[in-house]
Write a protein that binds this ligand. Structure first.
Ligand code: 3PG
Length: 409
């Protein structure tokens, strides 16, 4: 049988799923790369009598490049399920057994591109960034939101009160946090109805706002729950994509009865995105969320704030907003440790097509939720108008208080 090494041959993005891995190993890199290509396609730890040349040539993965610790492996499109858009099987190929290979100290999937025939199996976002903007009547300015805090504890009435105060302070978005779904202290039906009333009240006062209700639950119930919250008045649905699975986002997005956008939270991603030498980078996950139909996705805060990551997060912006795939764009959500003083820095990196949101950075304002929301809105207005925040704060006291309390960086 031939080798899995095809070094120097052109990368063929039309016929292959192309993966970039970072590999840490004591083996010669060619051997490590071959072990990955073999394990993830037609081979195993030993030669096998059942593998013939035809199978090897048509389905074997190909290592086409090795540069330092980075390798490029191509998987023939035929290695993937003909079922429509099956992420579990895709992940088992590109991000499966290889992580456990004993000969590798570490391996990280950094990026992936898919050929058209696989991209075409997916539908992408039903609303996307533009659809969310349209629903909010906010064509250009960054969206500005909050996460209801404390993340658990408020009852339905107080959640709705929080949302109303946030909207009155100018926020366009709010959402449940990732750990709130349907607890006794805040049943999802009561919360959804109360929040819908708050949003209606805001709208009658001339302000449009969305709140994402978290429906993250077991696989066989999630679409039903999404349909129910929509009936109860939800204007947006939230799904924790890693804990629920990509198929959950896809099932909701592709359900014709769902007529509201899906806000995708990535809680737990740090378990495999944080180690630079092992796991899966956020970029492949972002691409899969877009394919599966997420309309908005948390991408971190571009190197600023409590969840700060590397500038590599910029590639997630491109994966949300780029035009290299046949889908609507995804609204990138910068969230995690955000407060008014860092909004300018984030927007300078993200551009205006972004949703910036703060939980503690709103609810922690000494003037309360409305003042906190005003401070966040003012910070966004300032950067949108090209006015330095310190200057803008001179006649916007809520922003001035926030800058004084949390600083500017
Ligand atoms: C999130 O969902 O991004 C976090 O709960 C953000 O909360 P924080 O703004 O208080 O860090």
């Amino acid at each position: 049988m031939d080798s899995y090494l095809h070094l120097g041959e052109p990368v063929d993005q039309d016929k292959y799923v192309v993966c970039k891995y970072r590999v840490t190993t004591d083996l010669p890199m060619e051997k490590a790369a071959e072990a990955i290509a073999a394990e993830q396609s037609t081979g195993t730890w030993t030669g096998i009598s059942t593998l013939n040349t035809e199978i090897f040539n048509s389905l074997g993965a190909r290592v086409v490049d090795i540069s330092g610790d980075q390798i490029i492996v191509e998987f023939p499109a035929e290695d993937f399920s003909i079922e429509v858009g099956a992420v579990p099987q895709i992940l088992s190929v590109i991000a499966g057994n290889l992580f456990g290979l004993g000969a590798l100290k570490g391996v990280r999937l950094e990026d992936v591109t898919f050929p058209k025939e696989i991209l075409d199996q997916f539908k992408g976002p039903k609303f996307g960034a533009d659809g969310i903007r349209k629903a909010l009547d906010r064509p250009e300015k960054p969206l500005v939101g909050t996460i209801v805090k404390p993340k658990i504890g408020l009852d339905a009435k107080n959640t709705a009160k929080y949302v109303y105060e946030a909207g009155s302070g100018g926020l366009t978005n709010s959402k449940d946090d990732e750990t709130l779904v349907d607890q006794k202290f805040c049943p999802i039906e009561d919360r959804t109805i109360a929040v819908a009333e708050a949003l209606d009240r805001l709208e009658s006062e001339g302000h449009k706002m969305m709140h994402a209700i978290n429906v993250s639950t077991r696989g066989d119930k999630i679409v039903e729950l999404a349909e129910k919250v929509q009936e109860w008045g939800a204007r947006e649905i939230m799904v924790d994509v890693i804990t629920c699975g990509f198929g959950a986002v896809q099932a909701i997005a592709e359900d014709p009865s769902i007529k509201v956008p899906i806000h995708v939270h990535r809680t737990m991603h740090g378990a495999f995105t944080k180690d630079p030498l092992h796991g899966v980078a956020m970029l492949p996950l972002t691409k899969l969320v877009r394919m599966c139909g997420g309309d908005a996705l948390h991408i971190g805060t571009l190197g600023v704030g409590k969840m700060s990551g590397s500038t590599k997060e910029d590639s997630n912006l491109t994966a949300c907003l780029g035009s290299d795939v046949p889908y609507r764009t995804v609204m990138p959500v910068c969230s995690g440790g955000v407060y008014p003083g860092i909004v300018e820095d984030i927007v300078k990196k993200s551009g205006f097509n972004v949703q910036i949101q703060a939980g503690g950075g709103v609810a922690g304002h000494p003037g309360g939720v409305r003042a906190g929301a005003m401070a966040m809105s003012q910070a966004v207005d300032a950067v949108y108008a090209g006015i330095p925040k310190e200057e803008y704060a001179k006649d916007h006291k809520e922003l001035a208080t926030a800058l004084e309390m949390w600083g500017s960086k």
